[in-house]
Design a protein around this ligand. Structure first.
Ligand code: NIG
Length: 416
């Protein structure tokens, strides 16, 4: 929306910079603050009374409200074709995610639709989803492949992710998830598919520079621990940092595997054991909480967010946008669920969704508001951090800056 070389945000009632570690209590808050950008960076943050003389291209009145870093969504399956609304209806009738997958639905259904779609179609389908993420203040999002499960289709998905990222303004961090499920044509020959991942898919993805992370889904009906280990070790050899869908539907030792691989993240964790929590803490693996899928799958267990934090584990969050287990771009919903389902405080939820997420993705240049960092931030239409999850599932993002430009100016959350 703007081409400004500098923007001054003034009249900030509460500036939550998220510069420190995950909070035990409140997040440090600067009252009556201002923030000045220069190009794509933050040039100055501080109390309004000490603002240095400046003549910005644009002034934004924060109306005495909350300003916080742009959100970092660390777990999405943004790119896919088709939908699985009938599976949602089946779950409402009592069928489980696993039962639906075993009956031929689940990931396999989305793989079929995604293979049938062209790269252009995947981009067109994903763009409005990405716009909905951005509208809520998400300025960086991870995005996975994993509905191709064959070299050409995995590459097609990752190229679609790269195109969407280049279009901006949301920067996408790509992950290859060839180990999402055994494709139907390999059901009787799973070793051959594991070998194809190791010998064919991961090397081609790495060679094309199409992914930063390599992920795997360890679960009954997906990959066994030793298969995931082989795939993630092969990825690591190629420079693709490991991540893991771990302990989502059962305690399969996924957290311990993530720890032994020194993975960047272990995601889901509804069934993580005490041993798993200790292992993540010891190995400095970030726990990525994705409570929208806990809720969407009607699970009776949730990832122990507060216990993970208390054990010293870095915690991040993801919307887990995907057509099966979390068909929602609603970050505001996820913030509420982080509190209500994972027992984080509102301050911890905001921290996990900003600084925690940036740390999980290895992005030191964002996730906090300080001079020199990327000018990715949100002017919210509320006064306190507590209000973000309290008004459940409603976005408060009024103005969003990405790389120092206004990319959202929402009439839905007007200045009061
Ligand atoms: O993160 N758990 C595995 N993968 C996705 C679900 C994918 C799907 O059902 O299409 C998740 O929840």
């Amino acid at each position: 929306l703007t081409q400004a070389s500098s923007i001054l945000i003034e009249n900030i009632g509460a500036l939550v910079a998220c510069t420190g570690p995950a909070p035990r209590g409140e997040l440090p808050t600067l009252r009556d603050a201002a923030l000045l950008t220069s190009g794509d960076r933050i040039a100055w943050v501080g109390p309004s009374s000490s603002l240095p003389p400046c003549s910005p291209d644009l002034r934004i009145d924060a109306c005495g409200q909350l300003v916080a870093p742009g959100f970092v969504d660390t777990h999405t399956h943004l790119v896919f074709a088709g939908d699985r609304a009938h599976e949602f209806a089946m779950r409402c009738e009592g069928k489980t995610y696993l039962e639906i997958a075993q009956a031929g639905g689940g990931i396999a259904a989305t793989v079929k639709a995604t293979r049938e779609a062209s790269e252009d179609q995947l981009v067109e389908l994903a763009r409005p989803r990405l716009q909905r993420l951005l509208a809520q203040g998400i300025t960086t999002a991870e995005a996975k492949s994993g509905y191709g499960l064959e070299l050409a289709h995995e590459l097609k998905m990752l190229r679609a992710i790269r195109r969407l990222s280049l279009e901006g303004p949301v920067e996408l961090v790509p992950t290859v998830l060839a180990a999402h499920a055994i494709p139907v044509e390999h059901k009787g020959s799973r070793d051959r598919y594991v070998d194809a991942c190791i010998r064919e898919i991961l090397p081609a993805v790495a060679e094309a520079g199409l992914a930063r992370f390599c992920d795997a889904f360890v679960e009954e009906g997906a990959f066994a621990l030793d298969e995931a280990r082989r795939i993630l070790e092969a990825g690591a050899q190629l420079g693709l940092r490991p991540r893991l869908h771990a302990d989502q539907l059962s305690d399969g030792g996924g957290a311990e595997l993530a720890a032994s691989l020194r993975a960047a993240t272990a995601d889901h964790l509804e069934y993580i054991s005490d041993k798993g929590i200790a292992a993540l803490a010891e190995a400095h693996v970030t726990a990525v909480l994705v409570p929208a899928s806990t809720w969407f799958l009607r699970m009776d267990r949730a990832a122990p967010g507060r216990r993970l934090l208390e054990a010293g584990v870095n915690v991040a969050m993801g919307t887990n946008l995907n057509p099966g287990s979390a068909m929602s771009e609603n970050l505001a919903l996820t913030l509420s669920l982080l509190c209500l389902v994972n027992s984080l405080t509102p301050a911890q939820a905001l921290w996990a969704a900003t600084r925690g997420g940036a740390a999980a993705l290895g992005l030191d240049d964002r996730g906090s508001l300080e001079a020199g960092k990327r000018a990715d931030l949100v002017v919210h239409a509320c006064r306190t951090v507590d209000h973000l999850p309290y008004h459940a599932a409603v976005s408060h993002a009024r103005v969003v800056l990405a790389r120092g430009q206004v990319v959202v100016d929402s009439p839905l959350a007007p200045c009061p």
